[in-house]
Design a protein around this ligand. Structure first.
Ligand SMILES: Cc1cc2nc3c(=O)[nH]c(=O)nc-3n(C[C@H](O)[C@H](O)[C@H](O)COP(=O)(O)OP(=O)(O)OC[C@H]3O[C@@H](n4cnc5c(N)ncnc54)[C@H](O)[C@@H]3O)c2cc1C
Length: 467
């Protein structure tokens, strides 16, 4: 620790309790994919917004780089202190959650765990629809900082769309409070939406006001397989035309993903008996008051089978069956991690281009190397694909690791050609900075840098992330 940090910590110790300043070993900050290692020796755990403000004001004075950390589930390394001398700021002690019955709104502190927020909403008969496989550990502050997406974006949008009000502390220690629950508010710049998705580079998010929704009554989950990717799009377009915003999720799954789950020791009930490459798991809110659209849905599925668009289809008739289906989708990231990818790509392209895009990319990847397995899955309904590349055998793994950057380039160049995004939902973090500079519009990059330099002139908040 350098003398500035020692001084900084000694001053803080006068105000904060012992359990609020801890050293390496007593806190864990990790990269879920184990690519980056945390190098910070100190973690500070404020209990309220005023303490966050005090810490940042002091850090600003002593030139201490601060790395905000939520649940540490981020997949682009934004929560990792990559240099000695950086101090971790954990939000875990700011974890209050309140539900307001009259307005059906939630007021949450940023360290609240996503699943706790969802449970409280559900206890009041409401839905907080942000759904991620990491929801048992990620925090709402991290979700807002990364503008998280997940399974139900097609219906409810990203977390940005679920947030009405926000409180944050700027690098200087100044508190910015926009904790209004208004749908209409044009009083100047929309700074809430500037902070959402800024990955801890512009401010520490401390509180938020969130929307909740009615819980869909007995939505129907349908798992089906198709002969080819083009049929996925045909089915998606027809289902969208008929059910519009009643589609809660429309997820593409590859047989590689299901094989990975089985090979890595997870137990699932795989309903499919015929060999196909592509499957879709979708969920539709079929009940409008007393009217049920379930029969119409079943009729459409039947027509798809007759027209040879669907190979096999399974409709969940019980909650247990529904959970079995969704367990398969939710286990894909964990199985991927057990397998260990060469590279993972969180990308999006226009929905109507998905079949053509995947076919072209698969072709380029397999002409680059025959030793590759691709597990592509994702949220077709919003154009977001997770295109993860694996070595087909342990023997070739090292060789492919050395070609990782070339593989990333093949993926990103094609994404760019399709006017897509090289980061659909995970953010830029520390891992995609050079790609951002390569593929983002120069005018946007210029403005982002300008904003960062004004709000954080000493570059102390999450240095190395995005910029
Ligand atoms: C199994 C698994 C599944 C996932 N599925 C999805 C998915 O479907 N969709 C999706 O979008 N993401 C997904 N993720 C990624 C991850 O869960 C999200 O990015 C999540 O929003 C991160 O929240 P966190 O609290 O863990 O943040 P962290 O990982 O701790 O931090 C993420 C970033 O936010 C910053 N940050 C954290 N808290 C604050 C704060 N209070 N104020 C300011 N900055 C802050 C950090 O500095 C960092 O840059 C998944 C991850 C895993 C491991």
């Amino acid at each position: 620790m350098n003398s500035n940090t020692v001084h900084f910590i000694n001053i803080l110790k006068k105000d904060l309790g012992e359990s609020q300043i801890v050293s390496t070993g007593s806190f864990e900050v990790k990269d879920p994919r184990d690519r980056l290692l945390n190098k910070s020796e100190i973690c500070i755990k404020p209990k309220n917004t005023k303490e966050v403000s005090k810490i940042l004001r002091l850090a600003y004075k002593f030139m201490i780089p601060i790395i905000p950390v939520g649940g540490s589930t981020g997949l682009v390394g934004g929560q990792i202190a990559h240099e000695n001398g950086q101090v971790i700021l954990s939000l875990e002690k700011l974890n209050e959650i309140n539900f307001y019955k009259k307005s059906n709104l939630l007021k949450v502190q940023s360290g609240a765990i996503l699943s706790n927020i969802k449970n409280l909403a559900s206890n009041h008969g409401r839905l907080f629809p942000l759904t991620l496989a990491s929801e048992g550990s990620c925090q709402i502050g991290g979700n807002l900082a990364t503008n998280a997406g997940g399974l139900n974006v097609i219906k409810y949008g990203n977390v940005r769309d679920l947030c009405l009000g926000l409180e944050a502390v700027l690098p200087s220690g100044k508190i910015l409070s926009s904790m209004k629950s208004l749908k209409k508010n044009n009083m100047g710049f929309d700074l809430k939406n500037l902070l959402i998705g800024s990955e801890g580079t512009l401010g520490i998010i401390t509180s938020a006001i969130l929307k909740t929704f009615p819980i869909p009554k007995n939505p129907v989950s349908v798992f089906f397989s198709v002969n080819n990717l083009k049929d996925v799009l045909v089915i998606f377009e027809k289902i969208s035309e008929l059910f519009q915003d009643r589609i809660l999720a429309f997820e593409l799954i590859k047989n590689t993903g299901i094989n990975f789950i089985k090979e890595t020791g997870f137990l699932i009930n795989d309903p499919f008996t015929k060999n196909t490459t592509w499957m879709v798991l979708m969920e539709i809110d079929v009940n409008i008051g007393p009217i049920s659209l379930k029969e119409s849905l079943e009729q459409i599925l039947y027509d798809f089978i007759l027209n040879n668009k669907i190979v096999e289809v399974f409709v969940a008739n019980t909650l247990n069956q529904r959970d079995e289906f969704w367990k398969i989708r939710e286990l894909i990231p964990s199985a991927n991690r057990r397998k260990g990818s060469i590279c993972s790509n969180d990308i999006s392209v226009p929905v109507e281009k998905i079949p053509e895009f995947i076919t072209k990319l698969d072709r380029s990847i397999s002409s680059f190397s025959k030793d590759i397995l691709v597990n592509c899955f994702g949220h077709v309904g919003d154009g977001n694909l997770h295109y993860n590349i694996f070595s087909s055998s342990a023997y070739n793994r090292h060789d492919l690791e050395t070609k990782r950057l070339k593989l990333l380039n093949i993926v990103n160049n094609l994404v760019n050609k399709y006017s897509g995004s090289i980061s659909a939902e995970h953010g830029i973090g520390r891992m995609k900075v050079s790609e951002l500079n390569k593929f983002e519009d120069p005018g946007k990059l210029y403005m982002m840098k300008l904003i960062k330099s004004v709000i954080d002139p000493k570059n102390l908040l999450n240095p190395g992330v995005i910029f």
